[in-house]
Design a protein around this ligand. Structure first.
Ligand code: MG
Length: 380
């Protein structure tokens, strides 16, 4: 029986994790759950899974949650509450599915505690990938990617090592705007952009999928998780969204990992690592799919891809600036404060304005992320 601390239990990934646990009560137990503010969902999750601890990061929700929780579950809140549940010595797996830069601090705490970490949040690896991977090696922490592409790459890699890889193909469905003319980008509503053809996900990542920034962030994530240089990582659009990424090895052979687009597969893979667990998720029917297609990502229509590669090649704090500026700009779009087309312009101008910091520390990264976010708010 593996016990799990689940950070981000009320979001799209968190709910899927709980579904996997619900279906495997003899294999997994929820030790702690945490979310920002969705009290009603937290209360019903506590009733169903009886965790030892529930954390709510928005301090304003603490009293309300405490009133609604009966029984033995301890309620915690405030600065440091996520660090408390990530470093608990009774926890076998820390599952991090908090969207955005907020995932950085709890991830660092889990890495420093030498935990096995199922990581659904890509942003901290984008901003601080080198530091986190170095820290993971020092503390014998294990980071298991839950991002579907990186989960696929982990499976394709198996026992091979980074130097065996000649190319990584990060596949993408193309997002909600693949077939939308660029001329229409100025008139898109939030609803248009959130209408993803293949994946049902949180709002931030669905907008990132529409701009293809999600693929750009995934290139940076793959660079650090698998220690592969940027020029060996290629984005390829695969609208059927069944191949979740591929590795071409140095002998020219290619391994791919396939399944229908359902986040429960990568979740279960991380939770059952290094083993495997049977499940009743839908199986691929090749005759029904009939054909796979591939296309080059349109870099002119989707400038996010070049911005991400350039930030990775610039190094230092550039990926952190890209990440934080994008997150804030996407938030502004979701709040109807800016048009869709403005997102990448803001990211680009903040990247241009940032001051280089080579070999940044964790606090350099946190400072620059705050700066990038404020700079987007100032210039919008
Ligand atoms: Mg992904």
């Amino acid at each position: 029986m593996k016990s799990i601390s689940l950070l981000g239990s009320t979001g799209s990934i968190g709910r899927n994790v709980l579904d996997v646990v619900r279906k495997n009560p003899d294999k997994f137990k929820i030790k702690a759950i945490a979310a920002r503010e969705d009290i009603d969902s937290l209360v019903s999750q506590v009733e169903e899974f009886s965790p030892t601890t529930v954390a709510v990061t928005d301090g304003k929700c603490y009293e309300d949650l405490k009133k609604k929780i009966s029984g033995k579950t301890k309620v915690i809140s405030g600065d440091g509450c996520l660090e408390e549940i990530t470093s608990d010595s009774d926890v076998d797996i820390v599952f991090i599915s908090i969207s955005g830069t907020a995932a950085l601090r709890p991830l660092v705490a889990a890495v420093q505690a030498g935990k096995v970490i199922a990581l659904a949040s890509k942003e901290p690896i984008v901003s601080a990938g080198k530091l986190i991977m170095d820290m993971a090696r020092e503390n014998s922490a294990v980071i298991l990617p839950v991002d579907s592409e990186h989960s696929a790459i982990m499976q394709c890699l198996g026992e091979k090592i980074s130097s065996d890889i000649s190319k990584i193909y990060i596949t993408g469905s193309g997002g909600s705007l693949r077939e939308t003319d660029q001329a229409e980008f100025d008139h898109l509503s939030v609803e248009d952009v959130l209408n993803h053809p293949k994946w049902d996900m949180g709002k931030k990542i669905t907008v990132d999928s529409a701009t293809l920034m999600n693929k750009g962030l995934e290139v940076i994530e793959a660079r650090w998780l698998f220690d592969v240089e940027a020029e060996k990582i290629k984005i390829i659009i695969h609208p059927e969204a069944v191949i979740h990424s591929m590795i071409e090895f140095m002998d020219g052979t290619i391994s791919a990992s396939l399944c229908y687009p359902d986040m429960r597969y990568p979740i279960l893979k991380a939770l059952s690592y290094p083993g495997m667990i049977d499940n009743d998720f839908p199986r691929v029917d090749f005759l029904e799919i009939n054909k796979f297609s591939f296309e080059e990502a349109n870099r002119k229509k989707f400038p996010a891809i070049d911005l991400a590669y350039n930030a990775l090649n610039d190094g230092g704090v550039a990926p952190a600036v890209l990440n934080a500026a994008n997150e804030t700009a996407v938030g502004l779009f979701l709040d109807n404060k800016i048009k869709f087309n403005r997102i990448m312009g803001l990211v680009e101008s903040v990247l241009k304005a940032h001051k280089r910091v080579d070999e940044p520390s964790l606090s350099d990264i946190q400072v620059i992320e705050k700066w990038a976010s404020e700079e987007v708010l100032r210039s919008c």
